[in-house]
Design a protein around this ligand. Structure first.
Ligand code: FNR
Length: 191
């Protein structure tokens, strides 16, 4: 069975991006994949610095996330758009997870794995510019980024107070994206 790791690049407890990655995960689960949903808040690490790394190694939070990433076949990622790009929290998590330790292959947490990307924003464009930047980053570290993606605009009207996506059309799009991630990951896994 394929295994996907799902997370958003927001540290906000009531993150819209967390809401949409949960909805996409429902689609992936319905298509037969095991999906683990995590929150970056649970893997906090200081801003990446080569000097700090040389002294103290990879911080515990970052190491735990890297280990989880290594155990999965692909990722479902939803990023907030801040000033036209993906979040610093997401970039920091990727930077730490990209660091190689003894016995590991370069970029082992990412290389040859799939990614399906999405974004949500209260703005009309839904974070589409962040997705363009994120797609480039992930491809450059060896990931297969699915051509399909979702940028969900005006998201505040599509989610209820508990954080659940309640708009039917949006749910349909996100469930379909989750399903596509399973087809893509299985195709890659099974050669
Ligand atoms: C934003 N926001 C934003 N939205 C957008 O569509 N394009 C953008 O460039 C920006 N830039 C931006 C910069 C900063 C500093 C903040 C704080 C916010 C709005 C942002 O999309 C919104 O706060 C989302 O709700 C954040 O995602 P989460 O935390 O809800 O997942």
């Amino acid at each position: 069975m394929c295994k996907l790791l799902a997370f958003s690049g927001s540290l906000r407890q009531h993150s819209y991006n967390h809401s949409i990655v949960v909805a996409a995960s429902e689609g992936a689960r319905a298509a037969g994949c095991k999906v683990t949903i995590v929150h970056l808040n649970d893997f906090k690490a200081p801003l990446f610095s080569e000097e700090d790394e040389a002294v103290s190694g990879i911080p515990d939070g970052a190491k735990k996330l890297k280990t989880l990433m290594m155990e999965h076949d692909g990722f479902l990622i939803a990023t907030p758009e801040y000033n036209s790009s993906y979040s610093a929290a997401l970039k920091n998590a990727i930077d730490w997870a990209s660091r190689m330790e003894d016995g590991e292959k370069p970029l082992q947490a990412f290389k040859g794995k799939t990614a399906v990307i999405m974004a949500a924003s209260p703005g009309a464009l839904g974070g589409i510019r962040a997705l363009a930047a994120l797609r480039t980053l992930l491809a450059n570290i060896g990931m297969y980024v699915h051509p399909a993606q979702q940028a969900i605009g005006k998201v505040s009207g599509l989610v209820d107070t508990s954080g659940k996506v309640v708009d039917e059309a949006t749910l349909k799009k996100l469930h379909a994206l989750g399903k596509q991630s399973v087809t893509y990951t299985n195709a890659l896994k099974n050669g």
